[in-house]
Design a protein around this ligand. Structure first.
Ligand code: FAD
Length: 388
């Protein structure tokens, strides 16, 4: 039976980031990534919108962004292989959160927290918003926070960059599916594959995204991560609008410029959980368009050109990721998932964190203990405050 120091289950952006950081932190470490689909047809990563922001309330999330965004910004060079650059297409377009009077206090507090972590977060009152974004209808809006150093990138470019670089450093991608995990009650011993093969391992990392709960179930670990369908739309308008950042509001409307148009959507948190990829072609007209046209009248004439679906790996406990090992039961079984819409932007920091846990036995850069599995065991949610 082949043996590896670490087997990573799932080779999406998170699993591939773990592989890359393991090989960077400890070049001699022997890493296999099990990924059944090299086209990533149903994986969340290629369906993502690509946004990366520092506007969070939890210090851990702000710190993860503070590492991940500069990493993404320079990933074309960092992830180059034999002189061939990656194609991450970072655009520093900024983020803008806008809120009504009832959420102004939270928004200000969050911005203060972000600034205490070195983030450029500028508060804009109604006059400030009007001066900067004259196309915006300010009815019901009390203020906003603009973080000009945030932006967006091509999620597929970042995933392929991590994958190619990890492989060039010696990580092996095994095209197969994990169907069982061997364990003896105190430790995991390896994985069994759909092909009938097996791989022995000193550590197993569950990076299976929306499928993470299935993998955890294989070792009897309760994991509150569920697939949540979400639509993304590409739309255009004939009307001129000033250059916009990635805009988010309290209705969970979120969109950004893309080519000649815009890409965005509006998350329905009440969507039934499950592996549903059906596209509701009326959703834009029914839900997104009214929210867009209300906030920016220039979108009254907009046309939706394409809608696609994808899955959030939703952390049902509190909307924050679960990053760490199962310390009480199977300490060499690690989870890195439940990013609930932020897995692309936080993949670099989360990948590095898991690599640190495996190589050093503890977090050595950002302390992510509060995002660990213990809070699931203790049923102690640690949610974000404000817009998610
Ligand atoms: C519409 C939409 C918009 C989004 N926008 C953003 C955004 O703007 N910014 C942001 O940061 N995030 C965004 N996200 C979230 C982001 O896409 C995810 O958080 C991120 O891609 C998760 O990466 P992952 O590697 O964990 O999962 P995935 O990319 O889904 O990878 C998981 C992999 O596990 C594999 N797998 C499954 N079962 C098994 C098994 N049994 N054995 C082996 N492998 C297995 C799958 O084949 C898959 O390739 C968005 C998501 C959606 C759907």
């Amino acid at each position: 039976m082949p043996r590896h120091d670490v087997v990573i289950v799932g080779g999406g952006i998170v699993g591939s980031a773990v592989a890359y950081f393991l090989k960077t932190l400890a070049p001699a470490i022997d890493v296999a990534v099990v990924e059944p689909d090299r086209t990533y047809e149903f994986a969340s990563t290629p369906r993502a919108s690509g946004g990366a922001r520092r506007q969070f309330s939890c210090p851990e999330n702000i710190e993860m962004s503070n590492f991940s965004i500069p990493f993404i910004e320079t990933a074309d060079e960092t992830l180059a292989v034999d002189g061939e650059r990656a194609h991450v297409e970072w655009r520093r377009g900024g983020y803008l959160f806008i809120v009504g009077p009832e959420h102004l206090g939270i928004l200000r507090d969050n911005a203060e927290e972000q600034r205490s972590h070195g983030v450029r977060a500028e508060f804009l009152d109604r006059d400030g918003l009007n001066a900067r974004f004259p196309s915006m209808n300010l009815d019901g809006i009390a203020g906003g926070v603009h973080t000009p150093d945030d932006g967006w990138c091509d999620p597929t470019g970042l995933l392929q960059g991590f994958r190619r670089k990890a492989r060039s450093l010696g990580a092996v991608y095994v095209e197969d599916r994990v169907v069982a995990i061997d364990h003896d009650g105190t430790a995991v011993r390896g994985v069994r594959l759909a092909s009938g093969d097996a791989i022995a391992a000193d550590h197993v990392v569950n990076a299976a995204g929306a499928w993470a709960k299935e993998i955890a179930t294989m070792v009897g670990m309760p994991l509150p991560i569920e697939p949540l369908r979400r639509f993304e739309h590409y739309f255009e308008t004939p009307n001129a609008i000033e250059p916009l950042p990635y805009v988010k509001d309290m209705a969970r409307l979120a969109f950004r410029p893309e080519g000649r148009g815009y890409s965005g959507g509006l998350v329905d948190g009440d969507e039934p959980r499950g592996f549903n990829f059906d596209v509701d072609h009326d959703y834009f007209e029914r839900v997104v368009w009214p929210a867009l046209a209300l906030r920016f009248p220039a979108f009254e004439a907009c046309r939706c050109k394409r809608t696609w679906s994808g899955l959030y790996e939703q952390s049902e406990l509190d909307g924050n990721p679960i990053i760490g090992n199962w310390a009480d039961r199977l300490p060499n079984f690690h989870v890195v998932g439940g990013f609930s819409g932020h897995g692309m932007m936080h993949a670099p920091a989360a990948g590095r964190a898991i690599a640190e846990l495996i190589v050093h036995g503890r977090f050595t850069t950002i302390d992510l203990a509060r995002l660990g599995y213990r809070r699931v065991v203790e049923n102690a949610p640690y949610p974000e405050r404000g817009i998610v």
